[in-house]
Design a protein around this ligand. Structure first.
Ligand SMILES: Nc1ncnc2c1ncn2[C@@H]1O[C@H](COP(=O)(O)OP(=O)(O)OP(=O)(O)O)[C@@H](O)[C@H]1O
Ligand SMILES: Nc1ncnc2c1ncn2[C@@H]1O[C@H](COP(=O)(O)OP(=O)(O)OP(=O)(O)O)[C@@H](O)[C@H]1O
Ligand SMILES: [Mg+2]
Ligand SMILES: [Mg+2]
Lengths: 164, 154, 154, 164
């Protein structure tokens, strides 16, 4: 399975509705310092059910809401949608799943799978079922590449657990 | 369960040792279990670059540590590819020759796993199948601009 | 003593605010004392890049955080230059335009302070007065080879 | 005052006697991954009296001794000498000070100022007297550039103390 597209609206610095259609193979994101590249990584973590605001450089999840910029006021809602394609052999609609996560600036959260309201737990279980184990197996954050080397041996073993 | 853990460990360790030698052009490395008991065993990493006589990971350089992690990542994904892999500027500490080695491993991983990398380095960009540019034309507001395909075919 | 602390704080803060604006091309930043008492006051850093409306340092990007530290360093050294300054790959997170800004500040610092930088980046090398190459012709044994002078005059 | 030269012998990967003559202005050290650049930084910290082996990526100071390589056995002693020039206007011998720090593989340490045996404390006081305050003011390690931002406010204030 792979990611077909990612949509962001009001998420961190992505104030306006933005869609990124990912390709198979190697997708490379580039741009100047501070333009929003790592925010895309945060969006991928967030929409797949990550609950660690610290891992997204934030103090709490309300930090995910666009806080305003030159001539644009803060957003009321932050929303990220990810569309994944489940069957490599038959890229038809039935094999696509869209997961949406929303948070309002007051902290209220919403979770959707194919436009149906669900709990955060359901999103986390969905991604677990399609092969996304521990975040440490899939996400390698900026400046944290040698985090694996600094983990305790017992923490590091989850990588083998995921490989098993 | 116990069987699966040990089987995965052995398989990953085998590829890790081979990959390390390939990436470093020699030397040796291995994963070590801290206990016989699979429910509580931890994983230690030993790595000795070519010519060097000690395997204390902390004494390795920034670039060497990155290569050890990349070798381990490659080993894990060769046994159990995740659906996608997200790498944010992990080439930051690498010199040009090592970025090339890194991209070779990445291309191999990308046959079974969708890879998303963020980088400032040309060599990494050249290895990509698709390029996405992020900008802030209006200060404070991110926008994705321009997508280029298959630069490596140019 | 109290007087000297507050005087140093004010002086450094002034240069920090100016340097931040210069380096970021706008925005604002400042140092904040956490207490009126100079013996126990801590220093908080607020930084808001141009166009952005919040000043939470943690939300800033890797490159932006590096620039904030470089601006602070410049401010400290403009008030009280240490005899030498050692920087190990601090340009790692910077894009090319920002490395240029960083080297401008470094040249200014180097008028009163002997600077030693380690880098993999060409733009930083071009700003140097002297270049030292370190190699390991024999694996595991470091050697300093070749010294080049005043590349910037080439 | 500035550093005139640095000599290393048996220090980390610098097995053979090596001298680096630093210049005023910007000195730039380059080379491939793992060749020894950051080890030069460790040598500068070590010879100026730093006692934190962790800050030198080591578990104890014996790690400073060259441990051996292809066809070369481990060193018995690790030695670093730094020669500093005190008076910018008169670069004559009387204004130069040479500090030497040695450690044997059994852990025995020696400290010298101009070939005279002293204690570690004397070395630390000497560098304090010539303007080297906290290590955080002068040494910025690899991968630690934003350490300043992660310090507690009370820890960060030493930078202003040094500037005062
Ligand atoms: N909730 C938010 N509202 C508005 N802007 C935000 C929000 N959260 C983060 N930002 C902004 O996003 C920017 C950081 O973006 P990001 O970390 O993605 O940059 P980057 O492209 O990865 O840069 P670098 O190359 O330096 O790593 C910061 O300038 C920050 O101010
Ligand atoms: N006591 C020692 N004896 C022998 N070799 C050592 C010793 N301590 C460290 N080394 C070696 O020094 C090397 C690291 O050197 P260093 O950290 O200076 O590299 P570097 O040039 O900074 O590389 P990078 O560009 O990747 O940061 C490691 O390969 C390590 O094995
Ligand atoms: Mg980033
Ligand atoms: Mg280094």
């Amino acid at each position: 399975m792979h990611i077909k597209s990612l949509q962001l609206k009001g998420f961190k610095s992505f104030a306006d509705e933005t869609e990124i259609r990912f390709s198979k193979g190697i997708n490379c994101i580039v741009g100047p310092n501070g333009c929003g590249k790592s925010n895309v990584v945060d969006a991928l973590k967030w929409v797949t059910g990550d609950t660690s605001s610290r891992g997204m450089r934030a103090t709490n999840m309300k930090d995910m809401v666009f806080k305003g910029a030159m001539g644009k006021r803060a957003a009321r809602t932050s929303e990220v949608s990810i569309t994944i394609s489940r069957d490599e052999l038959l890229p038809i609609k039935e094999n696509e799943i869209t997961v949406t996560r929303r948070i309002k600036s007051n902290g209220d959260s919403e979770f959707l799978i194919n436009d149906r309201k669900v709990r955060l737990k359901d999103i986390q279980e969905l991604f677990l079922s399609i092969g996304l184990g521990h975040k440490d197996y899939v996400f390698f954050e900026q400046g944290q590449i040698d985090r694996v080397l600094r983990l305790k041996p017992e923490e590091r073993r989850v990588l083998i657990d995921d490989a098993a | 369960i116990t069987k699966r853990f040990f089987a995965a460990f052995k398989a990953v360790n085998k590829v890790f040792r081979q990959t390390f030698k390939r990436v470093f052009g020699g030397g040796s490395a291995r994963l070590v279990l801290t206990s016989e008991d699979p429910t509580e065993a931890g994983i230690e990493i030993e790595a000795k670059p070519p010519g060097k006589k000690h395997s204390n990971i902390n004494l390795l350089s920034g670039g060497e540590r990155t290569l050890v992690v990349i070798s381990l990542l490659y080993a894990l994904y060769s046994i159990h590819p995740a659906p996608f892999l997200v790498l944010d500027e992990i080439d930051a500490a690498l010199d040009e020759i090592n970025i090339l080695r890194f991209t070779e491993l990445l291309k191999s991983i990308s046959e079974k796993t969708q890879v998303i990398v963020i980088t400032h380095k040309k060599v990494t960009m050249e290895a990509a199948d698709v390029l996405y540019g992020v900008t802030m034309e209006i200060p404070g507001i991110s926008k994705v601009v321009g997508v280029s395909f298959a630069l490596s075919e140019v």
